[in-house]
Write a protein that binds this ligand. Structure first.
Ligand code: MN
Length: 488
């Protein structure tokens, strides 16, 4: 994970005299230092901006510096907004307007006109808000005292979304083979994805991977198998299958690292020269933060890598998922999610087991090793990015994951069980109405609000299905959004 930071840019003007400006600068530096201790990324106080030149220069530098993942602005005093126009127009980084003030209370005995002139954020932040609205600039507005834990939580979430923007703009996806034949939802406009989201999506031949696999040494395999044994329980005698998966992982990782790729896709329909579909290999790569999508699904692969990066410590509990089958018993309605092999162990409730089983689908000559486990219980989301033709739509649904209610002893793959909100059947109706894919990213630590922020910053359509969604309201929302996005 790159050492990202956020810049604190505080608005003021010369009207109040040097003493006030010195106080504003000292307090702003204090606030940045204090917030840095409480938020996942440092807040760097940059400037008390009093002129157009100071603002444009700070913005230019913010655009240019890769470690700057966004700017946080605030107006301690009144900062006339015409001097912000040029800077904000040129701003290419995520922007959060923190509408706060230094003091919590109005000091009854002390307050006079000097206090009012120094502490007039309620006034300055409205001028600042106007110019953001006038410029139609995407921004997050967070109001509250800077020492309030609720503000810290919301700032943290916004920061994670902004880091998701930085990771997206840096995203390179390595595709081994094409999409599964005839599948629609895994297709998409790669040029549009690069223009909007910054993703470089390109294909490498499976033969290139096979060549790379042949160059993997026994010592390299020994080292990775030792890592598997330390992390997982080995529940198979088929060591050849585990070693084969290690060889696949090492080869894929070398190719991705060489090209700067942090996500990949493959397809069971194109494994020429390989004995097994990568299972354990893909699962372990995901646990390291790489994105993955099955059947050539490069969109879900990149989204998996982005959601992982947005999560806790830059590699959160998020993974590639597929809706498989339902339990429709009244009052106990659940979705069962899995994949033919590739479920990320960051979703696991307990230590995963390495097992080998026959896989009938695809070109597998031998039984692939894979990690088998149950998913964690708790609130989460599933997210799906689809290409609507002319625009991208991100659909996010809130879910409540449970410990799988059945042991399913013959199921040879990792499994996650959840209930979509508002309830399983309404949730399914809404998801299908919105066109959400069978492939998703399931996350326990990225929220719908974070993805709403991310979608706003990436300038793509966002649809949220949650507790209060009804199919009727959703249908209207989709109709309106369709019109709006056609006009843009
Ligand atoms: Mn699939």
């Amino acid at each position: 994970m790159k050492p990202y930071e956020f810049w604190f840019v505080v608005g003021s003007q010369f009207l109040y005299g040097q003493e006030v400006l010195d106080t504003v600068a000292a307090r702003s530096a204090e606030m940045a230092a204090e917030l840095s201790k409480l938020l996942p990324f440092p807040v760097v106080y940059k400037v008390t901006a009093k002129t157009n030149k100071e603002i444009t220069e700070t913005v230019r530098e913010a655009n240019y510096r890769p470690e700057c993942a966004g700017i946080i602005t605030w107006c301690h005093t009144f900062s006339p907004s015409k001097m912000w126009i040029d800077g904000l127009r040129d701003l290419q980084k995520p922007w959060c307007h923190l509408a706060t003030q230094y003091n919590v209370e109005i000091p009854n005995e002390e307050i006079d006109m000097d206090f009012m002139n120094l502490n007039q954020a309620a006034h300055g932040d409205r001028e600042h808000g106007f110019i953001g609205a006038r410029l139609r600039k995407p921004r997050k507005v967070i109001a509250g005292h800077w020492q309030d834990a609720r503000v810290h939580k919301r700032l943290s979430d916004w920061m994670r979304a902004a880091v998701g923007v930085a990771v997206s703009k840096d995203m390179k996806v390595m595709r081994f083979g094409d999409n599964m034949r005839e599948v629609a939802v895994t297709e998409g406009d790669k040029v549009e994805a690069q223009i909007k989201l910054g993703w470089q999506v390109n294909t490498w031949a499976v033969g290139d991977l096979v060549k790379e696999m042949k160059a993997v040494t026994e010592a390299e395999i020994d080292a990775l198998v030792a890592e598997y044994e330390a992390k997982y329980d080995v529940a198979t005698d088929n060591t050849a299958a585990i070693r084969y998966q290690a060889k696949e992982e090492i080869a894929m990782k070398k190719m991705m690292d060489r090209e700067g790729c942090r996500a990949f896709s493959n397809t069971f329909q194109d494994l020429y020269g390989m004995e097994q579909l990568p299972g354990l290999a893909s699962q372990h790569l995901m646990s390291l933060g790489y994105g993955y999508g099955g059947e050539g699904d490069w969109k879900v692969s990149a989204m998996t890598a982005i959601l992982k990066a947005m999560g806790s410590c830059g590699n959160g509990a998020s993974g590639f998922m597929e809706d498989y089958t339902y339990h429709l018993v009244e009052g106990k309605e659940y979705s069962l999610g899995a994949h033919m092999l590739e479920v990320c162990p960051s979703l696991a409730a307990d230590k995963p087991r390495i097992e080998t089983h026959h896989l009938g689908i695809g070109m597998n000559e031998k039984d692939p090793a894979r990690l088998v486990f149950e998913g964690k219980a708790g609130p989460g989301i599933v997210a799906s990015l689809i290409d609507m033709g002319g625009r991208l739509r991100l659909i996010v649904q809130d879910i409540e994951a449970v410990k799988p209610i059945l042991p399913m002893p013959k199921l040879p793959v990792a499994r996650v069980m959840w209930r979509a909100l508002p309830d399983l059947l309404t949730g399914v109706e809404c998801w299908i109405t919105a066109g959400g894919a069978h492939h998703t990213v399931l996350s326990y630590d990225v929220t719908a609000d974070m993805l709403r922020d991310w979608a706003r910053m990436m300038d793509i359509e966002f649809v949220h299905i949650g507790r209060d969604t009804t199919p009727e309201k959703l249908e209207e929302e989709l109709l309106v959004k369709d019109l709006i996005w056609k006009l843009r």
